[in-house]
Design a protein around this ligand. Structure first.
Ligand SMILES: Nc1ncnc2c1ncn2[C@@H]1O[C@H](COP(=O)(O)OP(=O)(O)OP(=O)(O)O)[C@@H](O)[C@H]1O
Length: 358
């Protein structure tokens, strides 16, 4: 299904980013909430902006939707700068940015259909056209035929579907999602992220997701920006940032979804030989599909024991971490093993040694 465009919208050339922030800074008193933020989002992209509490995510979102003016720098939506515009001048630009909120922000005394119709009404769309588009939008978000329900009669997931439909009503160029799944259970989160991914694919809609959960980024984004202390700590394609996180903040944020050495191995790990060397292998990128373990067995004529780990698929690429145990044949053996594996993985590290019961 295609959602028909509402009114006349600017048509930037293909190379103009949908959103561009250039050297954006924002202070509150003596507190620097954002410092020199540069980022751009191309049409059809899903960008995840992640950071811990206080990193500056909300301030950034408020600068993007014009609720906050940066002290320095520029914010451009479809090539048009939003600074120094009056409230009236901001209105049409705001319509180009649809917002989805953590707590849905629906009007309790209006039905789902009325909530979705509201931005259309404000934009001056006539009743018949409103009714047609609301039905279209309800279908798009999987709520066809349920437009007469009030928010109190809906589950969290259904309310967020209404929130998404409302955000799409004015045919925005950009959907800004502010922790849209943070108030939902894991199963509903999965469904809402699938819906956003589907809308991105079907409508080619550009999405910027603000979140504090790496799992949300992993599940849906193409690119990620990690914010910390008001600056961009790291940025890149999601698979790459997950495979080789460069900053300590990113590693911290990834910790909860990174496989750990199993406790039964950790509890007997010693820092010195003798014993079986326990190695951590990080995979991702070009060589992630190589049969590393069987290559090792062939080259060294002995097995490698997999003791833990997990290999995921992000943006169609394997990314993961394995823990293996390798028996050593002599004092210089470990270096040869490590060199062999290091050439075939992103990173190989020896964590210690375990004595195996004979
Ligand atoms: N209006 C304000 N006045 C004073 N300080 C503010 C204001 N808004 C934000 N800040 C400060 O700026 C910093 C960034 O806040 P911001 O709300 O953007 O972070 P956040 O990443 O969204 O955090 P959270 O995930 O907790 O919402 C924080 O230290 C916050 O206390």
């Amino acid at each position: 299904m295609t959602i028909s465009p509402l009114g006349s919208s600017p048509s930037p050339d293909r190379t103009t980013p949908i959103l561009r922030l250039a050297d954006v800074s924002k202070r509150f008193g003596s507190h620097q909430a954002l410092r020199g933020i540069d980022l751009s989002v191309q049409k059809g992209e899903i960008l995840g902006i992640i950071g811990r509490s206080g990193a500056g995510k909300s301030t950034l979102i408020r600068c993007i939707n014009g609720l906050e003016q940066p002290d320095e720098g520029r914010v451009e939506v479809e090539g048009r700068s939003i600074e120094r515009l009056s409230e009236r001048e901001l209105q049409p630009l705001r319509r180009r940015v649809g917002m989805v909120f953590q707590h849905f922000n629906l009007l309790a005394n209006r039905t789902a259909a009325e909530n979705i119709a509201l931005p259309l009404k404000i934009a001056g769309v006539g009743r018949a056209e409103r009714t047609r588009r609301v039905a279209e939008l309800l279908d798009l978000v999987g709520l066809g035929g349920r437009g007469e329900r009030f928010p109190a009669q809906m589950s969290g997931g259904q309310k967020q579907r209404v929130g998404i439909a409302r955000a799409l009503a004015a045919d925005p160029a950009l959907l800004l999602s502010d922790e849209a799944t943070s108030a939902l259970d894991p199963e509903t989160t999965e469904q809402i992220l699938a819906l956003l991914g589907d809308i991105n694919q079907r409508l080619g809609l550009t999405i910027v997701l603000i979140t504090h959960e790496m799992e949300v980024v992993r599940r849906i984004a193409n690119r990620v920006v990690v914010l910390e202390g008001g600056v961009v700590a790291e940025e890149g394609p999601v698979w790459q940032v997950f495979a080789e996180p460069a900053s300590p903040v990113t590693r911290g944020l990834l910790q909860s979804i990174t496989p750990e050495l199993p406790q039964r191995i950790l509890s007997t790990l010693s820092s010195k030989p003798p014993g079986e060397a326990v190695l951590r292998l990080d995979f991702g990128g070009e060589r992630a599909d190589d049969p590393v373990i069987s290559d090792f067995t062939q080259a060294f004529g002995r097995p490698a024991r997999i003791v833990g780990g997990h290999v995921d698929e992000i943006q169609g690429r394997p990314v993961g971490r394995l823990f293996i145990g390798v028996e050593q044949s002599g004092p210089d053996d470990l270096k040869a093993v490590m060199d062999f594996l290091a050439a075939r993985t992103l990173k190989t590290e020896c964590l210690g040694y375990v004595r195996r019961a004979v």
